[in-house]
Design a protein around this ligand. Sequence first.
Ligand SMILES: [Zn+2]
Length: 707
Amino acid sequence: MLAARVRSAALAAGAGALVVLTPLSLTAQQSLPGYSAASAERQRRVETQAIAGADSARVRVHARELAREPHVAGTEAQARTRDYVIAQMKGFGLETQVRTYEVWMPHPTAAHVWRVAPDTLELPLQEGPVAGDPYSALPQYPTVNGYSGSGDATGEVVYVNYGLVEDYATLDSLGVSVKGKIAVARYGRSFRGIKAREAERHGALALLMYSDPQDDGYVRGDVYPEGPMRPPQGVQRGSVMNGQGDPSTPGWPSVKGARRLPVDSLDVPRIPVIPIGYGNASELLRGVRGTGIPQAWQGGLPFRYHTGPGPVRARVLVQNDTATRAYKPIWNTLGVLRGSEFPDEMIVIGAHRDGWGAGAADNVSGTVSVLEAARVLGELARQGVRPKRTLVFATWDAEEWGLIGSSEHVEDDSLRLQRGGVAYLNQDVAAQGVRFGGGGSPSLRSTLRSVAAQVPDPNGQGSVYAVWRKNAGVADSLEPRMGDPGGGSDFVGFYNHLGIPHSDWGFGGAGGIYHSTYDTPTWMEQFGDTNYAYHAAASRISAAMLLRLANADVLPYDYVEYARTLRGHVPALEQVMAAHGVTGGAGTLRAAFERMERAAASFAGTRDRRLAAGELPRAVRERTNRALLQVERAVVRPEGLRGRPWLRNVIYAADVDNGYANVVFPSVTEAAKSRDAALTATELADLVRRVDQATAALGAAEQALTR
Ligand SMILES: [Zn+2]
């Protein structure tokens, strides 16, 4: 759903107060936390082998094969990617499984946009073929947003800027309404589902969303095929559903015979929503007059923008197969390497396998990172080097429609995952450039840094970690910033729903083809990752991350960094509280994180001493790790966030009014924003109690080590 590039842009926009840099931990670079000396030595050998094993020539073969045709969820092409991945995994010696779900996912059967005044012109919605890129000439999926409503609407055009909540407030103040009109919004600054929700809430008959040249078109650079940026006919497809998972089975898996909500109660848009290129947008916006715009609303098209309404009028038509074939099968694939010592403890790595077109970056690049890691580790297992914990190599279907495959999976397998889920590693847009970035739960960041320090950067200038540090330009005592979990990719089910620590990483670049037909191997080989070396590097990190977590004597979560990072977010929470007139009490949260940091430091000290003294008995490791698994489970509450029961982790969530940007301490932040002092106090107390439970789990882990 969400390209890494967009995610980092959203993070950069929300930077500032939420940024916490952690002091460089020298020990993390020199030793392997959670490993005894003997097991660390074995581990270093195995990781070195795995890192060397990934091969960019093999990656290129997989990438070209998986990107050979558009593979939208619910189409026959997705059955072909499923079969390819399963055949490969079998060949690697893994146990394989296909899990099928029937999900409510109507596909469009017709989509048209006309300008009907001052003259009549049908806008060409297809992204035409471009010279030199044979993939761009393949048949395309209709140009309609996923989960668009159907209908036939005609009205005056209103330009709504980014279609944000605050943009509609500005329109109100200008005396402009979209009621009964066709809204035109530019992409960016928020998840498109929020734009659709707001347009519908304000009474628009239909919504057209376009990519402004200022955001990823010619204002940024040369356009495809001359350069990597979005050409005038380039379209950002994508879902406009705001929830996660099959909307007809919220909270339970869409297995055969599952109970379904009635279709007219589903939480999806009712109005038609179509994405268009800036070529088409200019045909509509050029003639719009009426109220002048705030200067910030001016985009990159070569004329002055106005809000309207009118005098330009448009007609938008979407038809779909709701009546005849609304439910479609989707297929997750699993490849399993069973752990030799702790088979019930699992590390899951996943990538979504569906795309809106050929999807070379989004998400063939992530899929091949997982595939190549599976091959390398399958090979090692055949040589007798089996992981101690179980590794699951997953590809998810229908992520682009709302994280559907991964959400149905965690709903289907929640008990096993809750009990034994050690970590979830996500690969979404693993390589479309050369700049490394990573994120996830603060408990796994030091592990990712340590692994990145073992993997050579394809540019030959040192490790991925060293090049990353250099590009980030941070002081010696600091670490490059990593992204906090928000929304928009398959980690949400694992992290926000179940409380399983997660980590993700990838190599970003210019972008310009996000969710477009032009996200092809041709684009990739010219402008993204010319020889697939960064794909292979992402895969080397995948393999080493899996092994690091699979073989540790004591799971290497860093709860000192976790507590410190979260304590660093408390001032921002205090600002939000003050801004909404509900001050007081945040000090209790700061104190809770201080208690947690002390417990974590004490645990880590005991762990290191015990491991330095030699191998730990199996029973001790088992008890310690079982307690460690409870740390982040403790900050997940069964009833979830208010209004969003599926999101249960009270540390991070996607902003309810943005969808991409994250909110720290969402239960408290949302209570504060509602200006409800009593609720804020209750939520704060609940959060403190849960953080203290996490601290207690750390205490139990330390006790297990000393018993
Ligand atoms: Zn994606």
